[in-house]
Ligand binder design. Sequence first.
Ligand code: ATP
Length: 215
Amino acid sequence: MPSEALHSAGTIAFVAYRIGLTGGIGSGKNAAAEIFASLGAEVIDTDAVARSLTWRGGAALGAIAAQFGPGALAPDGSLDMARMRSRVFSDAQAARRFEAIVQPLVKEACLRRARESRAVYVVLIVPLLREAGRKALGVDRVARVECPAEVRVARIVRRSGLREAEVRRIVAAQAGNEARLARADDSIDNAGELETLRVRVEALHREYLLLARPA
Ligand code: ATP
């Protein structure tokens, strides 16, 4: 499916071909996305979109305050992230209610960006893309960045300055989630040098141009 017609407010808008870029923590999603962007793709970081919805004035705040009470907001009017995190951590139903507010807004914001983009295709960075997320975002194709845990640990330690044992724990804790990722159409090996990553991303870019604009 090269691009999709969406009926909104009586008009038909064409949404660019969408690639879901996923992979475990520290696998190199951002590094790969930067290369896609340098080649002309529109890159949308879905985590950043979600965060922007809960900053002061963000579109999710009204519904969150209505559901969880005004105490869910910090004095500056943004979401009290620490409080909400501890709430949803200990209450699965609250977590579901929170997701039910934020997810549709993330989807809407991403689709708006995809609709407004002049790029031939859009890369949506979704750290843990499941089948449900793939469907919700109308992702046409999934690319997964692969990198062995040992290499990821070393790179995250270098990036964050956290202790190795702690990073090892974080990576291990994510392993179960990674096992539930949506099936990938394309695999991007990032165990090697950045130059090798670039070569692979350039090859995928050529494929995506053809898929997005079939002859
Ligand atoms: P997160 O899940 O935490 O958002 P990510 O999957 O987006 O991470 P990156 O931030 O792209 O991963 O990469 C993790 C770290 O490894 C970064 O500091 C990045 O600069 C570095 N890195 C990524 N790929 C390579 C590579 N091929 N060679 C060397 N360093 C790399």
